[in-house]
Design a protein around this ligand. Structure first.
Ligand code: DX5
Ligand code: ZN
Length: 221
């Protein structure tokens, strides 16, 4: 079985109690913390920045933090997030003028890098930068909000991304973000994903451990 990882999106957490929420979801069995950054420019919503990431580290969160930048421009936030304790920094190629440079900046800052593809976008931007990418993230909803439904065309795109990654020979994670639930996670994994973002499916239920264990059971088949 692949090394599956579950990444709760704190977008759906109670922001008034964010430290406790992150502690709770990690205690419930989550592997990494998915941290959605929105700028009201690239996406029509506004969320959290490096200060909140830093505060979570100060609070004692040691798990990997997976920073998903839905911002444009990208580059000037990279250093701040690296300093704030980000583990992964992923961005949308259509939000950066110089994608190769942004990827290199992330690695130079000591973080793992990733490219994020909106539902309508093909994977062309990956072709010449596979050696600089640690994660490919496919959006299975249009970015900006939690609680949307999974877009089924993502399954074909996951299969295509899985082929590209396997043929490259590089160690690249394949993450999927949007509308993931215990009911569809097995199908999404079968299409090639190994890292699963879930916001409302986890934080929308009172028992986070029960949801995460349902997801793991579905993954185990
Ligand atoms: C959407 C965000 C997602 C979101 C997923 O723009 O990138 O991470 O929180 O939420 P759910 O799992 O509720 O679709
Ligand atoms: Zn996200």
């Amino acid at each position: 079985m692949p090394d599956y990882q579950i990444a709760p999106s704190i977008l759906s957490a109670d922001f008034a109690r964010l430290g406790e929420e992150v502690d709770a979801v990690l205690a419930a069995g989550a592997d990494i913390v998915h941290f959605d950054v929105m700028d009201n420019h690239y996406v029509p919503n506004l969320t959290i920045g490096p200060m909140v990431c830093k505060a979570l580290r100060k609070h004692g969160v040691t798990a990997p933090v997976d920073v998903h930048l839905m911002v444009s421009p990208v580059d000037r936030l990279i250093g701040d997030f690296a300093e704030a304790g980000a583990s992964y920094i992923t961005f949308h190629p259509d939000a950066s003028t110089h994608v190769d440079r942004s990827l290199q900046m992330i690695r130079d800052a000591g973080c793992r890098s990733g490219l994020v593809f909106n539902p309508h976008l093909g994977l062309d931007a990956l072709t010449y930068v596979l050696d600089k990418v640690d994660m490919v993230l496919l959006m299975s909803v249009n970015p900006g909000f939690g609680g949307q439904s999974f877009i089924p065309a993502t399954l074909d795109k996951l299969r295509a991304a899985r082929r590209i990654i396997d043929q490259s020979g590089y160690d690249i994670r394949l993450e999927v973000d949007g509308g993931i639930t215990p009911a569809n996670i097995a199908e999404v994994a079968a299409a090639g994903a190994d890292t699963f973002v879930a916001g409302s499916a986890i934080f929308g239920k009172p028992d986070y451990a029960a949801v995460i264990s349902d997801m793991r059971a579905a993954l185990a088949g």
